[in-house]
Design a protein around this ligand. Sequence first.
Ligand code: CMC
Length: 392
Amino acid sequence: SEFITLDPGYKNTGATKSAITYLDGENGILHYRGYPIEQLAEKCLFLEVAYLLIYGELPTKQELESFRAEIKEQTLIHEDMKNFFAGFPSQSHPMGQLSCLVGALSAFYPESLNPNATKEEDNKTMINLLAKMPTIVSWIHKKSIGHPIVYPKKDLNYVENFMNMLFSDVTAESSFDPAIISAMQKLLILHADHEQNCSTSTVRMVGSSNANLYASIASGINALWGPLHGGANQAVIEMLEAIKEDGGDADKYLAKAKDKNDPFRLMGFGHRVYKNFDPRAKIIKKACDDILEKLGIDDPVLDIAIRLEEAALNDQYFIDRKLYPNVDFYSGIIYRALNFKPEMFTVLFALGRLPGWIAQWKEMRENKEPIGRPRQVYTGETKRDVVDIEKR
Ligand code: CMC
């Protein structure tokens, strides 16, 4: 009989070859297409990084301009989608709304359904997604605070347009601080790809059946929602809040995290691959300090985060298991400073991860990978006969 290798959670099984992201967890190294994440976060715009991930090279000025122009043409969403969007209860979770809306794009842009589309047609769908996702995210944010939606503006660049759709009615457009725009650029860049994580593997798995790109990305969004993955950023802030409400005793929660009879985990700590530090967390922590200082915010939750980090880094349990703060530990504190509700945090992660998902889907298609179909080791009953219902 066949010999099946068992590796639950794919801890040591490569599912694909990929030339997009290089990750060395032992040494805390992350590269996109060979470029260190630190340099990309420092020197590039999110859109340049999106171009890099999807097409393999950093754009020239001219290439960036035409990429931007293509995207600007597609930022509006079919008006009929508003009817569909209006049906969501106002307090429904933004991630559920996001995955539905992204999946629904396939209904409004059905050309994406052709599995034999040309490269140009596929590219159009990719541009469409990059262009429409900020608009969708801003709709969801507006609904979460009960405000009318703001339409995209063609005279603004990607992140500026996004911030305008989110905040223009509360902040004069001209007063968008370059420091805030730059922090948002950094956050999006740091989330842009992370090789074969749970949501990216989902996008590839779903796409491997030749499902369309919108459906594949909507599936990735659902995978990202879980608190062990992207949902950790919402879970972190809720945990820090709860610790604050409970008197701010970090050690008490550290003890809970170590107690194997308590399901509580320190959210924002630990990573499947990083066993030294998460290079993204270092950059985010710095951006967090900068933003809070810039906005003059003294957030008590940040003090708790710092105390918790210090305590965990000096605790044998965390040292033995190589558990360090991950990207989500500090991102929520920045999002909070920008007045997003915690339920929106994972949606922002999804916007950042979009170019990575697209790049991975494109790579999978171009490499003509086979349909994903894991095997199993069967542990159920051996063959038995059905007994008539009266006799069971
Ligand atoms: N708090 C307390 N103990 C932990 C934690 C934690 N956050 N993370 C791992 N451990 C322990 C775990 O109990 C286990 O202990 P033992 O060996 O005694 O049984 C050991 O460390 C190894 O953990 P694991 O669950 O086998 O590791 P994994 O690679 O399957 O899980 C993880 C990785 C990220 C899901 C996990 O560390 C975790 O649940 N962290 C909290 C959630 C989180 O912050 N997720 C965001 C990850 S970064 C962004 C993203 O990728 O989306």
